[in-house]
Write a protein that binds this ligand. Structure first.
Ligand code: 16G
Ligand code: MG
Length: 546
């Protein structure tokens, strides 16, 4: 191993040196910054992935993408052997390794090896994919150089959506039990389940649901991957792809993030009233829906609306199947207050609130037999516990003594599992899930939208000297420091009907985020501004006031 460590350091120095002394941190979404600064970082993540693989004695995944960031950015994220994000200690290792001097690499690697790896002779296996950014091509080569330098084996899957990579990691490490470990296997699994559900649920001709769907692919990897998926779906969906990368720039005035934050249509999408539309983000792990109503008004159907649609549907299937399964929904503080009220009071599904970031939601969802989790921004999926899967499979078995209606319920439930990419939120898989539910319910987008009415809400960013002066508790809903800020927010909020507001330091940008909701748009704009100014005053604001 020592010889390999020396070789890794020598290759790094020669081919992927750390050119500038810039500190970089592995955050909730991995490393993400201007692509020009990432060459040595990604080389070193190749090294780290080899060590992680030796530690787990399993295949590790690496994804090169910066998701919804501008095209000039890029990033890298490690996927642990069960398809999840790496635990916090590995985020620390990643940060140490990325920021080490070229001559310090051997020491850092040696420390990680001795802390994490029992048998360094285990063969390391790393699989990786990349998004459509031009910079992803040389960066994938740097990654490969890192894997090879430390003696690891690799498989380059080329262009992938982030959720496809997560899927491939899980399939590889379960010897195909989760699905075939190929891109084709991914399409087959999802599309066969979707087709089976469509057949099983053969509704009387739909009056309100239409097969017609417009998708804005953010000029990213979602476009070619969506087209591949559609080629497996015969004519069950009639999809028109916009922002497919043939002309526009990645994520520029399009994509899920733009549509959610701006609450308006993406550029270059001509939409007639009532047509169901969806936007992916740049690596296709997020999706939001929307439509223009008869009055020309833009209506957003975000992650909260998707979560409630999915939870309501699964809850019905569970009830119908007669299996005693505990279903729960996980949200963050960003979930619209109306959605939480609707889930609790109307759907009567228990709701948990956790801090922002996929790993927190994913983790909490594992507390339920069926855990639905979604961030308002459109990232989410459904997790079925091993026990739930077993009980559903047992009920679906030949010998069960169920009524024919229960049998139908069980059949739908066991099929819907395969439409869902349980490894991580997935725009393609979530799209199929939403479509099958809308079709079953025979709902137009406005039928879906009117299940509950969102409270008007507003998000602001405040620049401060050091955003870490803000610390929070209670799933980010309350501020602990600086002193007096929470009391001030409480006082401000009491002045607004249905008012709610919280602030938190961003995990991905050097800003403090302010969220507010209230009874009217005018009021919520005022509320957000008042809270933003309090942050500015009490947390060391710089530059323009909010
Ligand atoms: C990251 C998170 C996402 C979260 C966002 C919040 C992952 C894979 N992604 O993109 O879940 O919503 O950060 O960003 O965890 P913020 O901290 O800047 O508000
Ligand atoms: Mg993304």
């Amino acid at each position: 191993m020592e010889a390999l460590l020396e070789r890794a350091a020598a290759t790094g120095l020669e081919k992927h040196p750390r050119k500038q002394n810039i500190q970089i941190k592995y955050g909730t979404a991995g490393f993400r910054t201007i692509a020009d600064q990432l060459d040595h970082v990604i080389y070193r993540m190749g090294l780290l992935a080899v060590i992680a693989s030796k530690s787990r004695k399993a295949t590790i995944g690496v994804m090169i993408t910066a998701s919804h960031n501008p095209e000039e950015d890029n990033g890298v994220k490690l996927v642990d052997c069960r398809g999840e994000m790496m635990p916090a200690i590995w985020e620390k290792y990643a940060t140490q390794l990325a920021n080490a001097g070229d001559d310090e690499i051997v020491g850092v690697l040696r420390n990680i090896l001795s802390a994490e790896v029992k048998n360094p002779d285990v063969t390391a296996k790393v699989i990786y994919g990349k998004d459509t950014r031009p910079s992803s091509i040389p960066l994938a080569q740097s990654l490969q150089d890192g894997i090879v330098a430390l003696g690891g084996e690799y498989h380059d899957f080329g262009l992938l959506s982030t959720p496809q990579l997560h899927y491939l990691v899980v399939c590889t490490n379960t010897n195909g039990a989760y699905g075939q470990p190929t891109e084709e296997g991914y399409y087959n699994k999802l599309s066969l389940a979707f087709q089976a559900l469509s057949k099983q649920q053969e509704p009387t001709p739909c009056k309100n649901y239409s097969r017609k769907l417009y998708v804005d692919a953010a000029n990213g990897v979602g476009a070619p991957k969506l087209r591949s998926l559609l080629s497996h779906l015969s004519d069950l969906l009639d999809v028109q792809v916009f922002n497919d990368g043939s002309e526009g720039r990645l994520n520029y005035q399009c994509g899920a993030d733009y549509v959610k934050v701006q609450q308006k249509l993406p550029v270059d999408m001509k939409v007639e009233a009532g047509i169901r539309c969806a936007s992916f983000d740049g690596d296709a792990d997020r999706i939001v829906y929307y439509y223009i109503d008869q009055d020309g008004k833009f209506n957003l159907l975000d992650g909260d609306k998707i979560a409630t649609l999915v939870a309501g549907y699964l809850q019905e299937l569970v009830a119908r199947s007669g299996i005693n399964l505990k279903l729960g929904l996980v949200q963050t503080a960003y979930a619209n207050g109306s959605s939480t009220e609707y889930i609790t009071d109307t759907l009567k599904v228990p709701v948990a609130c956790v801090p922002t970031g996929v790993k927190h939601l994913h983790h909490k969802a594992q507390d339920f037999d069926i855990g639905v989790y979604f961030e308002a921004n459109g990232h989410g999926t459904v997790l079925f516990s091993d026990d739930a899967l077993k009980r559903i499979a047992d009920s679906a078995g030949e010998n069960s003594s169920l009524t024919s209606d229960q049998k139908q319920g069980v059949k739908h439930l066991s099929t819907v599992i395969d439409v869902i990419n349980q490894t991580v939120g997935d725009a393609l898989s979530d799209m199929l899930l939403v479509e099958i539910i809308l079709r079953t319910r025979d709902w137009s987008p406005s039928d879906w939208n009117k299940q509950y009415i969102d409270l008007p809400n507003r998000q602001l960013k405040v620049k401060v000297k050091d955003r870490n002066v803000i610390s929070t508790t209670d799933a980010e809903r309350k501020v602990v420091t600086p002193d007096g800020l929470q009391a001030a927010i409480d006082t401000i909020v009491t002045g607004y009907k249905k008012g709610r507001s919280f602030v938190r330091p961003s995990g991905t940008e050097d800003v403090v985020r302010v969220y507010a909701e209230a009874d009217t748009q005018v009021n919520v704009d005022k509320l957000a501004k008042e809270v933003g100014n309090k942050v500015y005053d009490l947390a060391g604001g710089i530059g323009d006031r909010p």
